[in-house]
Ligand binder design. Structure first.
Ligand code: GTP
Length: 261
């Protein structure tokens, strides 16, 4: 049993379905189309993890792997100010909280690899209570290796990330962007990755309720998969894979105070 409990997201229905929230010690994947709110959710989770425990936080540091430069300190502080004014109205406290989130911007999987060992040490030494990778597909897209060799390298990285979660027993939250090519055929999905040099698409297979993200090894490595989607102007977060929850969907909104139900 790897779990050391669950980390509440503040989205009440979702937390109830997941027996308390995002599980510790395993990988949780947030999947959805561009602009649906994956990064907004990551920002909120990072903020929550940095908060003192009497505010429901983990009172620790967060390592945020920001592959596509989506992380925004301004937005983080806005969410903080709106959600926890008592803390974030005090400038020193706001800075302290924001300073707990270490943002890394590796430009390739190999660069990320080089920081992995360092991250491993940090996780133990620096009170790191959560790891966010936003996004995994973008991180992998820079690799030009093809075929079996690429799969093997990827498998190694996936195993490493999974073991990081296991030995440090922290929640590891990973995003991935998907897009339906054809609304009548949900089996055709691809990752869409925006890089500085343009947009690229990585075809993936959509296997009933499981998105075989980054290959089958990735699909198995992820313990909890949450799919974010919009229908008739309403955003939903859906439990697509979980050892404890049935496939439930919960409506959510994005406001100035962040993600809320
Ligand atoms: P990609 O990063 O493109 O993959 O999408 P994503 O799923 O990460 O989307 P993201 O989390 O960036 O959410 C984008 C959505 O959040 C936008 O469509 C806005 O509706 C909302 N949003 C982003 N910033 C703000 C903000 O400062 N205030 C408010 N009210 N909404 C915001």
């Amino acid at each position: 049993e790897h779990f050391r409990g669950h980390f509440p997201t503040g989205l009440k229905g979702l937390d109830a379905a997941l027996c308390g929230g995002i599980p510790f010690g395993v990988l949780t994947e947030l999947v959805g189309p561009a602009g649906i709110g994956k990064t907004q959710l990551c920002l909120k989770l990072s903020l929550l993890a940095s908060l003192p425990t009497n505010y429901g936080g983990l009172d620790g540091r967060v390592i945020y792997i920001d592959v596509e430069s989506k992380f925004s300190s301004r937005r983080l502080l806005e969410i903080g100010l709106r959600s926890f004014p008592e803390i974030f109205q005090m400038k020193a406290m706001a800075q302290e909280m924001a300073g707990r989130i270490l943002v890394l911007r590796p430009t390739s999987l190999s660069e990320f690899t080089q920081s992995l060992e360092q991250i491993k040490v940090s996780l133990l030494q620096n009170q790191v209570k959560m790891l966010v990778i936003d996004s995994m597909a973008a991180l992998v897209s820079g690799e030009h290796e093809q075929g079996i060799c690429r799969q093997q390298t990827l498998s190694w990285h996936i195993s490493f990330i999974k073991s990081l979660a296991e030995f440090s027993r922290i929640p590891v939250v990973v995003t991935n962007q998907v897009r339906s090519h054809n609304h009548d055929d949900a089996s055709r999905y691809s990752f869409q990755v925006q890089r500085r040099d343009g947009t690229m698409e990585i075809p993936i297979r959509y296997d009933s309720h499981l998105i075989a993200a980054l290959g089958i090894h990735w699909a198995h490595a992820v313990t909890t998969r949450l799919v974010l989607e919009a229908k008739s102007g309403q955003r939903f977060i859906k439990v697509a894979k979980s050892p404890i929850s049935p496939p439930l969907a919960f409506p959510f909104h994005i406001t100035s105070s962040g993600i809320s139900l």
